[in-house]
Design a protein around this ligand. Structure first.
Ligand code: FES
Length: 203
């Protein structure tokens, strides 16, 4: 299904933000992708080709840009798309264990959706909050710091009840750094050497 067939005003509005040149039109790629993904939750193959044709690109060029950004999806995702940071600080802080825990708990692998359509999972690169590893992002918003198994259970239970995420249900994050560590300028509660206890612990 062509998404933009009856949305020429949207296309023109997006193109108007960029220079009216071949290269300028190509700059419209990201907002065009965002339009389709907001509508369907992912960008279907036929719409990749549609966008490529609007821009004068090939579908392969569009896919190459999409593959650089984990935020764009070529396959459907669950209502709550859980993205686990797998980069170094989070890996040291236990994100591998969190990933395995999600795989076991939800019974899915990356690229799959739970039978109820609620959840899908994805490993992503650094979410920009390495000091509060391990980090979890849900959909395009909802960043969660110092994620533990207990915090994941609270989140999943809340979503299964159909409730929007309420940060007030989460217990406070314990601070592990001692006075000496603080005086040395190390982050409180963000020490990679202390955070694996958060993954296993009750926080
Ligand atoms: S390494 Fe995970 S947020 Fe930076």
């Amino acid at each position: 299904m062509r998404y933009f067939a009856d949305k020429q005003d949207v296309v023109q509005d997006i193109f108007s933000r960029y220079p009216d040149t071949e290269r300028g039109r190509r700059s419209a790629l990201m907002p065009l992708l965002r339009e389709v993904q907001n509508a369907f939750g992912y960008v279907p193959e036929e719409n990749i080709e549609e966008i490529a044709s609007l821009l004068g690109n090939t579908a392969t060029e569009v896919k190459s840009v999409m593959s650089f950004y984990s935020t764009y999806h070529t396959i459907p995702t669950g209502k709550h798309h859980l993205q686990v940071c797998a980069t170094l600080s989070c890996a040291i802080a236990g994100s591998d264990e969190l990933w395995d825990h999600l795989v076991d708990t939800l019974g899915i692998q990356q690229g799959e959706i739970t039978k109820d359509g609620l959840f899908s999972i994805q490993k992503v690169e650094c979410l920009g909050s390495c000091g509060t590893a391990p980090m979890l992002q849900i959909n395009d918003e909802g960043y969660h710091e110092c994620v533990s198994k207990k915090r994941i259970k609270l989140l999943l239970d809340q979503f299964r009840r159909g409730e929007p995420f309420n940060p007030d249900i989460l217990p406070p994050i314990p601070i592990h750094a001692g006075q000496q560590e603080l005086e040395n300028g190390l982050p409180a509660g963000g020490l990679a050497t202390t955070l694996p206890s958060l993954v296993e612990g009750e926080a």
